[in-house]
Ligand binder design. Structure first.
Ligand code: HPA
Ligand code: ZN
Length: 326
């Protein structure tokens, strides 16, 4: 189909991507073997058969298991480079990726090991292909604010490599306001701020992300559509939503791709972008997300262009870099 070919060719950005969520089963088994770590699943097929989720937590349980084979700097480098090669082949020109340091610190993997592997891969992608990038450190919201503060301390020697701070993991029961103080400290360090909000959590959590955490953008934000005043506030503040269609389908945030609200978001004038979240687990990378929307939602060419343009203009690239792409 012509629209699919067009979507593949458009220069795209990825603004919502968890690097640990790009861990393909075959690479996971290869690294497990080289690190002599035992996985609970015996074969790639057995592991993949478990990728059936009815809610966010089902996925997270597997996601934390998967990342547990990452031990050495080269593991983080290989994981990141495999992802970058993949999306380079899909005409992604700029990535802003999350990593979850607490998911590795808790297993005794030092912060420096994690960030060096990821950062060096991002640098190499810049040298090889001119791909640009930002790195976002995420706090795990099921852990305490104190733990987030300790993580921020560990990050300080590497703060020049970190562009922004995010908030992810189990949303329900862990509202943004739980992290009021640590995000204040992050803002004082002049870091950009984003938070997962309104994926499973209610519109109230999106309000908190805006009013208390003072986010520069919102990850997911689907449930903001339930609240008209909230929609108006997001527009007034010109905030971006990093929307993840295949993730929404896999985690039952939408029941059917035909029901995905992306076109309504554009219709409302929201700065929506298309992203892949955890592509190894959710059935596809950037172009697969576009293809699913084209095949199921009746999205048109103008809307596709708008989404790709939003991806550039809503990114954290500097102004001149944006002008080059737009
Ligand atoms: N939501 C919350 N936490 C996450 C996700 C997500 O989609 N992916 C990785 N951590
Ligand atoms: Zn996410």
């Amino acid at each position: 189909k012509a629209l699919v070919a067009l979507a593949q060719k458009m220069p795209k950005t990825e603004l919502h991507l968890h690097i640990e969520g790009t861990f393909e089963a075959d690479q996971m088994f290869a690294i497990a073997q080289r690190n002599k770590v035992d996985l609970k699943y015996k074969t790639v097929e057995e592991l993949k058969a478990a990728y059936q989720f009815t809610q966010l937590q089902d996925f997270l349980d597997l996601y934390y298991q998967g990342m547990s084979v990452l031990l050495h700097e080269v593991d983080f480098y290989d994981l990141t480079m495999a992802y970058l090669e993949k999306v380079h082949s899909e005409n992604v020109v700029h990535v802003e990726i999350f990593f979850d340091p607490q998911g590795h610190l808790s297993r005794g993997v030092p912060f420096e090991i994690q960030i060096s592997g990821i950062y060096n891969a991002l640098q190499d992608a810049g040298k090889k292909w001119g791909m640009t990038s930002k790195l976002i450190m995420s706090f795990l919201r099921h852990l305490s604010e104190e733990s987030a503060f300790e993580t921020l301390e560990q990050a300080k020697p590497f703060i020049k490599w970190i562009d922004g701070i995010g908030l992810d993991s189990s949303e329900l029961g862990h509202p943004p306001k739980k992290f009021t103080n640590v995000f204040k400290a992050c803002r004082d360090l002049r870091l950009k701020i984003t938070a997962h909000a309104g994926e499973e959590g209610p519109p109230e959590y999106v309000w908190q992300a805006i009013d208390i955490i003072k986010v520069d953008r919102i990850d997911h934000g689907n449930r903001a559509l339930e609240d008209e005043l909230l929609i108006a506030e997001i527009k007034k503040r010109d905030l971006t939503l990093t929307v993840c269609p295949l993730s929404n389908l896999k985690l039952c945030v939408v029941t059917d791709m035909k029901q995905h609200p992306i076109r309504s978001m554009l219709e409302l004038g929201l700065n929506a972008t298309i992203n892949s979240d955890d592509p190894a687990y959710f059935g596809g990378y950037m172009n697969d997300n576009y293809t699913a929307l084209i095949e199921k939602t009746g999205i048109n060419k103008e809307e596709l262009f708008q989404l790709a343009k939003n991806g550039i203009s809503c990114s954290w690239m500097d102004k001149t870099a944006k002008e080059i792409h737009l």
